[in-house]
Structure formats: structure tokens, C-alpha cells
Design a protein around this ligand. Structure first.
Ligand SMILES: [Zn+2]
Length: 220
């Protein structure tokens, strides 16, 4: 059996959790480019060193670096035929590179799943994180609230909101994501590969919706 799936969705959509779960269910690798980038940087591979230069200067990691990483990963035996891609592609150029890579082996994607989550819900999820000033424990106002508001469960320290989690910062990140992703959605829609899944609601419900999409794609 083979399965070649891409998960797309804004930050906070919960696609990492779902990708992990689907990959485990089908026994295929989850290829998460964020993790791969961090790993390549930590191991100081040539691509990792190049990626780090761009990250340090505050820029985006260029397409050819990310494509190089993914191409390397998808030639490893466990991933050459099946994968759940999470965090890649981010641009049409990356999508084209992936198409060519697969076509070179006579393969195609089975499906691209886009997680639809209303903006207010994303804001709620992404701005709800609170961190303890003393011990660094993290809480979430919605999904993992502290027992006493504003106080750490572990040490009683003050909880605060990091700059990265502030509403204005999060709103900007979501805007950037939307602008970046719109052409990518058009690209996959034009190739009849795109399925939209409601990313709001309980994790099991979202997983079931994804499972229906995947089952259809694989048996089609
Ligand atoms: Zn604490």
C-alpha cells in the first residue's frame, strides 16, 4: 500500500497532531519540514548550515534549501513511496519541485488536505498560551488552564503572555500565511487534488473527516 498526502493549514490549525496520527495509522512516515530544518541545523549538515544563515538574518529559508531537504528525505527507503508531508510545500515553486521529484519516479500525490479553521478560533488558540515567569511551565487558557487564574500550578509563579503570542503578532503571522498560501491552494485546486477539511471541533472528529478524504483518495 502507498499513501502520498500533503497537509496544509495555518499555524494553530492542529495539522501536526493530525499528521502524526494519520502517519501512525497507516504506518508511513510523517515528514515535518519544521522538525527537519531544526534537525539539520542542529546536526550542522551543509543544508542545515545554509538554512541557519537565513534564519539568523530573520529571512525565510529559500525554496532550494527546503526542497533539497525534502528531496533528501524522500529518497530514504521508508519515505520513497509513502509519506504524510506536514509544512511543505509552502510555495508554488516548492509544489512544482515536489511534482517533478515524484514524476521522476512515476509517482503522483494522492491528496492535498487543507485545514479550514475560522480566524477567530485560530486567534483564540494561538493567543491563549501563558508561561510561568519562574519555572517556564506553559499553560493554555482554553485547552490547559492553570488551576488558579494567573498562577503556575507547579510553583505558584506569575503567568505571562510572550510577545510571539500577542494578538497583533499572531494576526500578522496569519496574514502572511494567507497571502503565501492562496496561490498554492489555487495550484492544487487546478489539479483536482485539494480537499478542504473542517479543522474546528474535537480531534477525533477532525481525524474522522481526514480519514474519509484519504480513504476516498486511495481507493479512487
Ligand atoms: Zn512555575
Amino acid at each position: 500500500m502507498s499513501l502520498r498526502i500533503i497537509f496544509l493549514g495555518p499555524p494553530g490549525a492542529g495539522k501536526g497532531t493530525q499528521a502524526r496520527q494519520l502517519a501512525a495509522t497507516f504506518g508511513v512516515p510523517q515528514v515535518a519540514t519544521g522538525d527537519m530544518l531544526r534537525d539539520a541545523v542542529a546536526r550542522q549538515t551543509p543544508l542545515g548550515r545554509e538554512a541557519k544563515r537565513h534564519m539568523d538574518s530573520g529571512g525565510l529559508v529559500p525554496d532550494d534549501v527546503v526542497i533539497g531537504l525534502v528531496a533528501e528525505r524522500l529518497t530514504q527507503p521508508d519515505a520513497e513511496n509513502s509519506f504524510v508531508l506536514d509544512g511543505f510545500p509552502r510555495t508554488v515553486a516548492q509544489a512544482e519541485a515536489l511534482r517533478k521529484l515524484l514524476a521522476g519516479r512515476g509517482l503522483e500525490l494522492d491528496r492535498v488536505v487543507f485545514f479550514e479553521v475560522p480566524r477567530e478560533e485560530l486567534l483564540r488558540r494561538l493567543t491563549g498560551r501563558r508561561v510561568c515567569r519562574q519555572c517556564g511551565s506553559t499553560f493554555h487558557l482554553v485547552s490547559a488552564p492553570p488551576r488558579t487564574a494567573g498562577r503556575c500550578d507547579h510553583c505558584g509563579g506569575d503567568l505571562y503572555q510572550r510577545e510571539d503570542d500577542a494578538e497583533a503578532t499572531v494576526a500578522r503571522r496569519l496574514d502572511v500565511y494567507e497571502r503565501q498560501t492562496a496561490p498554492l491552494l489555487d495550484y492544487y485546486r487546478g489539479r483536482n487534488l485539494l480537499s478542504l477539511v473542517q479543522g474546528q471541533g474535537p480531534v477525533e472528529q477532525v481525524a474522522a473527516a481526514i480519514r474519509r478524504v484519504v480513504d476516498n483518495a486511495v481507493t479512487a
